[in-house]
Design a protein around this ligand. Structure first.
Ligand code: FPP
Length: 241
């Protein structure tokens, strides 16, 4: 099924789930599932750009993912370095701007440095904005925003009555100070799971959620179009009539 090119969402966010199950189904180590997941991620970045989507956000590592084994966690970050080193040139050539949602100061040094280089080398690009949610948690970012605002109030720099939804949104990772991205119209979750798992809790208030049964490493251009077409077939009312 093809998506209507004239009614593309501006911002698509994806919960890339099912790497572990994909690996298990093939009888290979979990990390091979993440490696295949990285290739799927690359496919979807390229295709989002072709479809004219302006912002793509992927959930690569959550604040809860630290609970996984040390090998799995360090393996995922190594993959991040692989991706960045291998594909940076192409991202630059394709005019992709990379941003991180989350406090990435906590990730291993080599990954952080590779990532910083990517952010810097792509910051002037004006094409697709590719947001990687890393050490990201929805409740965590709302807490951080609240702390900033509480501090400003304590210092007398803002009146509590003047705190609006815009104020709270401004200090989230998608806010004007960081990635500066609009709310996603569409959130896709793969592998048939039907949960938000602490992803874009604030920004996703009115997002359409589309569930794909495909395991993330198998997610391809065709399934992506099907998800977008499903979104386009829905009637969005934002609580109105
Ligand atoms: C969810 O699958 C996937 C993740 C927690 C990691 C996502 C990472 C990648 C796609 C690799 C690219 C990485 C970076 C950092 C750019 P799961 O392991 O929860 O799968 P399961 O539910 O089947 O076990």
């Amino acid at each position: 099924m093809k998506a209507d090119r004239d009614r593309m969402p501006k911002h698509v966010a994806i919960i890339m789930d099912g790497n572990g199950r994909w690996a298990k189904s093939k009888g290979v180590p979990r990390l091979m599932g993440h490696r295949a997941g990285m290739e799927a991620m690359k496919r979807i970045v390229d295709y989002s750009d072709k479809l004219g989507i302006k912002y793509l956000t992927v959930y690569a590592f959550s604040t809860e993912n630290w609970k996984r084994s040390v090998e799995e966690v360090s393996g995922i970050f190594k993959l991040l370095v692989t991706f960045v080193n291998r594909d940076l040139r192409e991202l630059i050539d394709n005019n992709v701007k990379v941003k991180v949602l989350g406090d990435y100061s906590a990730i291993p040094d080599d990954s952080r440095k590779a990532l910083e280089k990517t952010l810097k080398d792509t910051e002037r690009n004006t094409g697709l904005q590719f947001n990687i949610a890393l050490n990201y948690g929805g409740r965590d970012e709302i807490t951080r925003s609240t702390q900033r605002i509480a501090k400003m109030a304590a210092e007398g720099r803002i009146n509590p009555e003047d705190v609006t939804e815009e104020t709270i949104g401004k200090y989230l990772w998608t806010g004007a100070e960081y990635a500066d991205a609009p709310d996603p119209e569409l959130i896709i979750r793969t592998s048939g799971e039907v949960r938000l798992s602490n992803f874009l809790l604030w920004q996703g208030a009115y997002s359409e959620i589309v569930i794909s049964d495909v395991l993330w490493p198998d997610f391809d251009e065709e399934e992506y179009e099907r998800c977008i077409a499903e979104y386009q077939s829905r009637d969005r009312r934002f609580g109105g009539r």
